[in-house]
Design a protein. Sequence first.
Lengths: 244, 317
Amino acid sequence: MSSATYTRYELLRTVRERRLMIFGFGFPLVLYFVIAVPNRHMQDFAGSGVTAPLYYMVSLASFGTMMSMVSLGGRIAGEREAGWTRQLRITPLSPRSYLRAKVMTGYTMAALSLGLLYIAGAALGVSLSAGDWIKTTLLIAVALLPFAALGIGLGHLLTVDSVGPAIGGTVSLLALVSGTWFPVTSGFLHALGQCLPSYWLVQAGRVSIDGQPWGALGWAVVLGWTVVLVAFAGWAYMRDTGRV
Amino acid sequence: MPGEVEAIRLEGLVKSWKGPSGPVRAVRGIDVTIGRGETVALLGPNGAGKSTTIDMILGLARPDGGHVSVFGRAPSDAVKAGLVGGMLQTGALIRGLLVHELVSMVASLYPDPLDIGEVLELAGLTDAAQQRTEKLSGGQTQRARFAVAVVSNPELLILDEPTVAMDVEGRRAFWVAMRAFAARGKTVMFATHYLEEADTNADRAVLLAHGRIVADGPTTEIKGRVGTRTIRATLPEVASNELAAIAGVNSAERHGDAVILVCSDSDQAIRELLPRYPAARDIEITGAGLEDAFVRLTGDPDDDEVPATGPEVHSAR
């Protein structure tokens, strides 16, 4: 009697979603090659301070992992519609274990996406020290926390029909403002981006030059959004299961 | 495991939902006790309050008033202890798992589940064990949901309209599985709006209409009360109380020249009716829908008081 087996099957059935695998992992990978290959010799890419292959490796990894996390919402909405969430509520599975399994599923998908982009990056000549690879990965992992909460919150708030556009729209906008497609280094978009966790997700790629690419502002924004969105997810979950 | 307490005890249960035009008073005061090992049908038309009652027994809804206890505990505690299994009214299966994986996934949440092979056999899914959940037929899907509900080996199994949208063969297979589980000494409560299902598969039926219990007793008795057939005929100038006295007739109503006889045994009734009143014509015998029967049993649906003219509530147990 543990939630480990439950989590394992949760992962298994997610990995079996072929469309999710193709669009969730294939899409960022293809985009990476399309965008980074023509610019692969640019050293200080568009004022970002890093090479184009490194910049896009991290920015598209940010996009892919952010999508992995927020997509939790799509699957949750589907399970709610199927009545599965209610079925689980008449088992001894605690809300804590339920949510933990969701977050772990999100992180596993994010890790796969990240791994693929790292391999692609290395193929295009991205070379970092072992310490920098680890640091970048850890920063990305931290910056994904608010997106895990966002996905869970949207999944418990929206219907199957509305959650798709909501996820797609949110992630696309965040990606645009946060420099996924092109570095945003000044002006209004830059100021706006700095207030968003997705911006700092992309900035995790600057580890090799800055060492500490986030600074106090980055940490404050990421952790602040984590608190806000965890509260949102908690509210949405309680509201959804509020028939109790 | 408490040996003496009843499986379910509901006292003064009241629940309203928020509806588009004000609150919907789904359950308006239900008192009932279900003993261990009973198989009970919760019988009633749509909107009678069956699902709301079940949601409260399972801890999915909190009563506005009254009290629910399941094996002497709060519903959520009984659920946490793995004493209760449920098959909810609406529900598909999650995708991406094989049938045996789905059942194993749910089994892993319980302290002392049944063997997976045993559950699949009980549910008649042994041959479908290696199939993806999204590839199952309607009947197989319902039986897989049944397997999910019983894999914990619960003491109390609750099924909310389990055979809706199943074909005849599917229904038959489903009830075989249910009875096999009940035969293990388990308490089973199922909701249905088919009198037939209640009669064939339960020892006792609790009739709900408009959020109240209108009758409670052995299914044979309930069947007699509800009336299985209705005779309509044009028959002027015979008092309805004379007609109600005919053997096999439960009640008689007159609407102008037409009379409506609700029968527990329409065959017997028609044999007596025709020799006694040869003037009767335009005769129709129809199966009485439960809806009709309930309207007769309960009177005005929006009347807040228990109808004074309605039949007394049987409490056979």
